[in-house]
Design a protein around this ligand. Structure first.
Ligand SMILES: O=C(O)CCC(=O)C(=O)O
Length: 304
């Protein structure tokens, strides 16, 4: 029987915020109209097919060892201006602001396409790299020594000591319907408050929220999650606008990876999201207070 106390699809922003706070995820319903969904689906499917045909496709997400079936399409902002509206969408930005603060960046904008016969992803969090808080006198974890998949492990129940805050937010757009059958994302409700990492194994307490194309499943960086097995006869188009706090290194190298002809067409807000604007001096090139970092060819080189 459906647990009515868990988040269900909503168009109410306050409900989304409170679901994120209480459960670590929410379902934002009906954000895109059917014409927009169709335009995005068409561009994405064509891009994915093109990358497969050119043998430039990426079947191996870091979290899903040995999955030769699913496909990731990276750096979508280079692959069609139709995708930009997703990163700039007011609901995505409002929830990124709720969790990360007014200043946040786009860490990645990728698609994860689950095809029939795939393997489900092991449960993981998107901020396995975040050190645990340490009490005075306790030895801290050195951030640069942390390794994906190395824990600390535990149960997804509320911690009895301080835990780290969320530093990233994953906004997974459903470009097709997300169903249990086609590999919709699994999440473990409440796991964001545990302060520990999942071992990767499936769990009895995971849930797999379903939603219609044009909606989004949103989870914060500490929430245990992973994609599902696609047992259907169709593909699932998922598109993630993944946001991070401004001092966090982005998952995809957005500034180096932005194609010059795409950069020339970006508006200032998209440039800021992609990390071209310094944040309190971080991310600057030669002028910490410049509105936007200057590209290498405009910076000062060796002088005498
Ligand atoms: O594709 C999915 O359903 C989940 C993707 C995921 O786990 C991730 O982006 O971290």
């Amino acid at each position: 029987m459906e647990d009515r106390s868990l988040p269900t699809g909503t168009t109410d922003l306050d409900q989304m915020r409170s679901d994120l706070d209480a459960y670590g995820y929410c379902i934002a319903k009906d954000l895109l109209d059917s014409f927009t969904v169709a335009a995005i689906a068409e561009r994405l499917a064509a891009q994915a097919a093109g990358e497969r045909a050119a043998e430039l496709d990426h079947p191996f997400p870091a979290e899903a060892d040995g999955d030769h079936i699913n496909q990731w399409v990276y750096l979508l902002h280079n692959k069609g201006s139709v995708f930009h509206q997703l990163a700039l969408h007011p609901t995505a930005r409002a929830l990124a602001t709720h969790v990360l603060g007014v200043d946040h960046n786009l860490s990645a904008m990728d698609s994860h396409i689950t095809y029939p016969g795939n393997k489900p992803m092991p449960l993981h969090t998107d901020q396995w790299w975040m050190p645990q808080p340490a009490l005075p006198g306790e030895r801290h974890n050195r951030q640069g020594d942390l390794i994906r998949g190395n824990g600390p492990f535990g149960e997804p129940t509320p911690a009895d000591r301080a835990i780290a805050p969320p530093m990233v937010l994953n906004f997974m757009w459903m470009i097709t319907d997300f169903t249990v059958a086609n590999g919709g994302t699994r999440v473990v409700p409440g796991s964001h408050l545990s302060g520990v990492q999942p071992t990767g194994e499936p769990r009895a307490d995971e849930v797999q929220p379903e939603g219609t194309a044009g909606s989004a499943l949103v989870w914060e960086g500490r929430t245990w999650h992973g994609s599902g097995a696609n047992t259907s006869d169709g593909h699932r188009l998922g598109l993630t606008t993944f946001f991070c706090a401004p001092v966090v290194r982005s998952l995809t190298n957005m500034t180096y990876g932005t194609r010059p002809e795409v950069y020339d067409e970006l508006d200032d807000e998209m440039k800021r999201l992609l990390g071209f604007a310094p944040w309190n001096g971080y991310g600057a090139t030669d002028e910490p207070n410049a509105e936007f970092a200057r590209p290498a060819e405009e910076t000062v080189g060796e002088l005498s």
